[in-house]
Design a protein around this ligand. Sequence first.
Ligand code: ADP
Length: 654
Amino acid sequence: MVKSLFQKHEKILTLLAVAAGLTGLLLNFDFSMLEAKLYDLRVAHGSQLKADPNIVLVTLDDLTTQNLGELAPLTLDFHARFLEELERLTPKGVGYLVDLNQVNQANPELFNSEWSQRFLRAAHRLEAQGAPVILGNSFDIRGEVLPPYPLSSLPNSVAIIHKDGNVFGEDKITRRSLLELNGKPVFHLSLARALGWIGKREEIAGSFSVPEIDGKYFFFRYHGNTAKKSYLRVSFRDVLKGTLPAGFFQNKAVLVGSLSKENSTDFAFTPYSNVSFTNPKLVLHANILDSIANDQSVYRLPEWVNGSMTFAVSLFVLYWVLNTTPLYGLFATVSLTVLYIGVCHLLYQIDGIWVREAHPILGIFLGYYLAVPFRLIREYRKRWAYQRKNELLTQVEELKTNFLNLVTHDLKTPVARIQGLAEVLLRKADLRLIDRDKETLHHIISSTDELNRFISSILELSKVESNNLHIRIESKDINQLIERSVDSFKASAKAKQIKIQMQLEPLFPIKIDTTLISKVINNLIDNAIKYSPKGSNIGVETREIDSWIVISITDEGIGMTSAEQENLFTRFYRAKNDATAETSGTGLGLYLTRYFVEAHQGRVEVVSEKGKGSTFKIILPLEFTGVQVRRSETAPGLVRRIQAMIKKEEKAHV
Ligand code: ADP
């Protein structure tokens, strides 16, 4: 039962197994570099999220140090005065991302002076105004580096820009950010909570734990090109100089940080650019805060979705490539890749949904490259079978023609002898024979007649098939041929009480092979009589129309359905109806008729209705220029057709 089920669905089961194998193989590798690059394509191209206007960057830039006549890093007194100035500008909150340990190194004494107190007091006053001040800590190999005493009493948390090093992309591009470390929220999360932009316990969508570092990450979203100024930037100097109007930072979170063209650590790599000194870290901090505050994180779909997608697309490609032409296969592969990337892009742009691309895309291409050789082998086998069949067919055709030639030649003489002897016997013994014997002799004669006609048809056929038909052209009046033919059928028409009426338009003689055209006319009149009921009429008509002569033979006989007419001119075809079955015939007459007429550059037309009758028209040109060999159904023609078929097949599979 299982075996028969397998045999029945063998193809699809094999495809499923190959697709599953391919998926399993691919999922063993993580292709993180490729995945990262494809991820960046989504981030940096397409519609971009708007930067939150409530996040402002205050940059400790080269202009500030030059203007103040100082060297970086600025000493604590500048920072204390800066905070004091900020009070007047009434921000909603302050994230202080300046490395205060470096400030300490620049002048440690100031940390024991009133400046540290002024810094603390300004921060507390801001806090009292409702604007929390949070210090961002750096992180080194020993762990989090706390701010120097006494500033460490202010709220602080770790603020690092996470480079994708050996974990994800290995290309040092920032795509994700820490949310929590050792159970403590990092700078951005703390600030967003302190600002009241998110709830105290609110979880960040798409965040995931990394137990190795006892932390939580999330993939944040970028808000416009990081190499450009997407967030409002104000120079530290402008705040310090008090040039900004009061309340300038109303409702805004202010991120203060260093941005010096001389310090490479102030910059990072992003999906927009991995050129040094291009993407300020301060902008990245703003983007992280923005993503947390506006619930714009990236949601990574689980691994099983990735596996299912890889399986589905590789199955589709395998199926498609194996079951259509190579061109369609290629087209389907490319389209599927574009479609898949497009949909992933769209999902990311719309809702930050990250569907992994590397495995499915590799699945598509591997599926394609696996299916193509299979296909080639299959095609090759098929072509080989065609060729063999072609050779065999040619041989069989030749054998058949030879055999027919032989048999008919050898039959002709004894049949003629039987007929001759029967006729002699009938004539000689006419008076002495009883009626029953006479009738038997008549039967012998009419049967040999029939046999003779059959042999002639077969001989004619073999001539046609072997292209041995020679046409002898002479000028002849067609009407004469018709009259002669009608005359020869007088007896058989009379036997069925059929009247043959002729309507012959006077015609000029035209160039024809009289033997062949006589055969054509004879065959059509013979058929008209054979397939008509007793007492019906047959009309034979000739007309000259333009440069053609049209011979019409109309009967009121059994007629034919359109299905019966379809194969009318095929060798050995006989319609499958009772009337035909009761009538003797070879099914060669119309085949030869058409061949002979086409050899005269003419054509045959039929109009027939079942039960009502048929009209056969022979249309011959007035000016016959030479022999036209018909292409269909002859032995060489058949071979040519098969060869053309093979060529076509070959072309289709290149
Ligand atoms: P044959 O008459 O020896 O069978 P033909 O090639 O002359 O072979 O005709 C092929 C078939 O077409 C016939 O067997 C018959 O079924 C059909 N047919 C030909 N002529 C007529 C006709 N005038 N009326 C109806 N059927 C016809």
